[in-house]
Design a protein around this ligand. Structure first.
Ligand code: M6R
Length: 364
């Protein structure tokens, strides 16, 4: 069942190249985007004034990354909300808005309630869902199925990675239909997306380096993940992976927020992981890492090959292959999944079934 792996989580980490490729290929014909099966008409896409992304947990983190990509490529305002907040705050929704509900299981109670709230208010709904025929898939106006296959481990990996692909594809489709990018630009983004599975594979092949680092960090009490922009979205997911399966307290911070309070928690040896995949924000985050280091932090840097001067600052560095910065989340998350996994294994914990958690949260 676990195909020779010790845990479902590791099996599912290894299934990511295929899950990502399958999801991408399901919406590409002859090198071009073809979303006809999803059925969001071009006329609707042109009329959208605002996107509301609503989700929980890791699916919410996909929404955070998607916000940057959709706003930047398609020029459409995006709000990302936690379903448990959205459903109770009597949201004021633009009638030309599109609600995008993201859920692996399609059964998360708060996400389902948020979807119903949007439908009651007459807002068009699109679900990004993995489980075919699930409640959210059945009730949404349109469905973009991710093709991750069954995910058993409570900590999501491959479903998260396929949700990112769905979000990028939507961003490109919206951008193309609304005339924000040319057909040629769209094709070249698609070409780049098609390289992502191999790049994920390469990162996974290097897993021993993360395993070694995880063994050294297994006794950490607190871990801080910092980044800006898309790197902040990646940090949120890295931090959740760490806390849910390794039971180490971790927090993700927008790097610029550190000095508004959190930096007082940095002590001698505190692990701070800086995520630096966005060229425009690189220097800013490096300077935040330097600030942490001068207060005693032990620094891990997660950045793209070529940014070798990070080694002047970080004590340990993990490099990911180059890609278009919009898509960097798909690569940078892999070492963070592996880190959470190996710390958990090192501590002898139940990786696939962490305490107090269920795979699908059907109660509010
Ligand atoms: O099934 P869903 O995608 O709606 O689940 C949402 C969250 O419960 C889920 O992502 C959770 O945060 C995972 N355990 C994270 O690994």
């Amino acid at each position: 069942e676990k195909a020779g792996f010790e845990h479902f989580m590791m099996k599912e980490i290894h299934e990511q190249p295929k899950a990502v490729a399958d999801t991408l290929n399901s919406v590409i014909r002859d090198g071009k985007l073809d979303l006809s099966e999803i059925g969001l008409e071009e006329e609707v896409i042109r009329s959208i004034s605002q996107i509301y992304i609503v989700a929980c947990g890791s699916a919410y983190h996909v929404g955070m990354a998607a916000q940057y990509v959709i706003e930047d490529l398609a020029g459409l305002p995006v709000r990302v909300e936690l379903a448990s907040e959205f459903r109770y705050r009597k949201p004021l929704l633009d009638p030309n808005g599109l609600a995008v509900i993201i859920s692996q299981s399609g059964e998360t109670a708060d996400s389902l309630a948020a979807l119903r709230e949007c439908r009651e208010k007459g807002i068009r709904t699109l679900a990004i869902v993995n489980v075919v025929g699930s409640s959210i898939a059945r009730e949404a106006d349109n469905v973009f199925y991710t093709l991750a296959g069954p995910e058993i481990s409570v900590a999501t990996t491959k479903a998260y990675s396929t949700q990112l692909i769905a979000a990028y594809v939507l961003a490109l489709q919206f951008a193309k239909v609304r005339g924000e990018i040319t057909v040629e630009q769209c094709d070249s983004y698609i070409k780049e997306l098609q390289t992502i599975p191999d790049k994920i594979q390469k990162i996974i092949e290097d897993k021993e380096r993360i395993q070694w680092f995880a063994a050294k960090q297994a006794n950490a009490k607190d871990v801080f993940f910092i980044g800006r922009g898309i790197d902040y979205a990646i940090s949120l997911e890295g931090s959740l992976k760490m806390k849910e399966i390794s039971y180490i307290h971790s927090e993700a911070y927008a790097a610029g927020e550190l000095k508004h309070g959190t930096i007082s928690l940095i002590e001698d040896g505190t692990l701070v992981i800086g995520v630096l995949t966005q060229p425009e924000l690189y220097e800013k985050t490096v300077s935040n890492m330097v600030e942490c280091k001068s207060r005693g932090a032990y620094l891990m840097g997660l950045t793209t090959f070529g940014n070798y001067n990070i080694e002047d600052t970080a004590d340990f560095t993990v490099y990911i292959p180059k890609t278009d910065p919009h898509f960097a989340t798909s690569l940078a998350v892999i070492p963070l999944q592996l880190l959470g996994y190996y710390v958990s294994v090192n501590k002898g914990l139940d990786v696939d079934k962490p305490r107090n958690l269920a795979k699908s949260v059907t109660v509010e």
